[in-house]
Ligand binder design. Structure first.
Ligand SMILES: Cc1cc2nc3c(=O)[nH]c(=O)nc-3n(C[C@H](O)[C@H](O)[C@H](O)COP(=O)(O)OP(=O)(O)OC[C@H]3O[C@@H](n4cnc5c(N)ncnc54)[C@H](O)[C@@H]3O)c2cc1C
Length: 297
């Protein structure tokens, strides 16, 4: 049973997690399909896992393909901070559901157009998620995505600038600070968490207050201009300042990974796009999108 987190919900109402009804607002009714189909699901994030789960429960024959060696997609990085363990609990829950439903899971399986053309599935569900937007900072090389740092693939060093004051940037800054690092958070707008579709109002306010309390320096109305050696040049409302940093960790947004879908939809029927690959959003959106789609096929 998942308990409501201190300040973090996985989606707006994702607090109840028991048996078949795991999102507070989503009452699950799964009906058998009249015409069972062969379904190929591409992407093992929450959207792909939910699609595979609902398809299997409806009696479809479904197989799931994931390029990485593990399931969970972006939620693996999302669940790295100890204050967000629920994200990993959700991934584990999906893993055991799919196992119980005997859904074949093909890890380390990168699927391209050719692999789909060679597959005789009736329906293709593309849940390829999103990729972080990259930031180029002339004169500086130690630029890492938040995911690569959260998952331990990259070491950001001790003095870190986090670029982007959205949810991912704020959480990453907090996680780095909790490890004893010196952290500065840069946001180009006049406040952090300016657009936030995931946290409730009270959670947003709590997080906003927590960062300065923890000793994270926040610079709003600020952009990173360029670097000279390890000196990072910042622009704040026309004023130029410099900071020395070991690395810049970027959290400036995500773009939908929909190229596979765009290529395929022109050449075959019954290809569907879901989750962040359709619209970058959050867990609740990805799960609901997958549930609604697969309930109708
Ligand atoms: C650091 C971080 C923290 C977050 N925190 C929260 C939060 O607290 N609450 C919340 O609601 N949301 C949060 N989110 C957003 C949430 O993680 C996403 O909205 C959600 O995971 C989207 O799920 P998805 O399945 O659509 O895509 P993804 O999670 O991106 O999964 C897509 C999967 O497809 C695989 N794939 C891609 N292309 C191929 C291919 N050609 N062949 C095979 N496999 C492929 C990828 O490897 C990946 O595993 C966070 C995101 C990040 C990055």
């Amino acid at each position: 049973m998942l308990k409501k987190n201190s300040y973090m919900d996985i989606g707006h109402n994702a607090i109840s997690f028991s048996g078949d009804s795991y999102f507070g607002s989503m009452k699950e009714t799964i009906t058998p399909s009249f015409v069972p189909q062969n379904i190929m699901v591409i992407g093992g994030g929450v959207a792909g896992m939910e699609a595979a789960r609902v398809a299997a429960r409806r009696g479809h024959k479904v197989e799931l393909y994931e390029q990485k060696g593990y399931l969970g997609g972006n939620l693996v990085a999302g669940g790295m901070p100890d204050f967000k363990k629920e994200c990993h609990a959700l991934i584990h829950w999906y893993g055991s559901e799919l196992h119980e439903l005997n859904v074949p899971i093909h890890l380390h399986s990168w699927i391209d157009e050719e692999a789909i053309r060679q597959n005789d599935a009736d329906i293709i569900l593309i849940a390829t998620g999103s990729t972080p937007i990259k930031q180029n900072i002339p004169g500086f090389r130690s630029i890492f995505s938040a995911e690569s740092v959260l998952t331990g693939a990259k070491d950001p060093g001790h003095v870190v600038i986090v670029a982007g004051g959205g949810l991912v940037g704020c959480e990453t800054a907090l996680w780095l600070k909790n490890q004893g690092k010196q952290v500065t958070l840069i946001e180009k707008q006049n406040e952090i968490l300016p657009i936030n579709k995931t946290l409730s109002y009270s959670s947003t306010e709590t997080l906003k207050n927590l960062l300065p309390q923890k000793g994270i320096t926040i610079k709003t109305n600020t952009i990173i201009s360029h670097a000279v050696d390890s000196r990072i040049v910042l622009q704040t409302e026309g004023q130029q300042t410099e900071l020395v940093a070991d690395s810049i960790v970027t959290a400036i947004g995500y773009q939908a990974n929909n190229s596979l879908y765009e290529t395929l939809r022109a050449e075959r029927e019954h290809v569907y796009l879901l989750g962040d690959a359709k619209q970058v959003n959050n867990v609740m959106h990805a799960v609901r999108d997958a549930f609604d789609l697969v309930s109708q096929i």
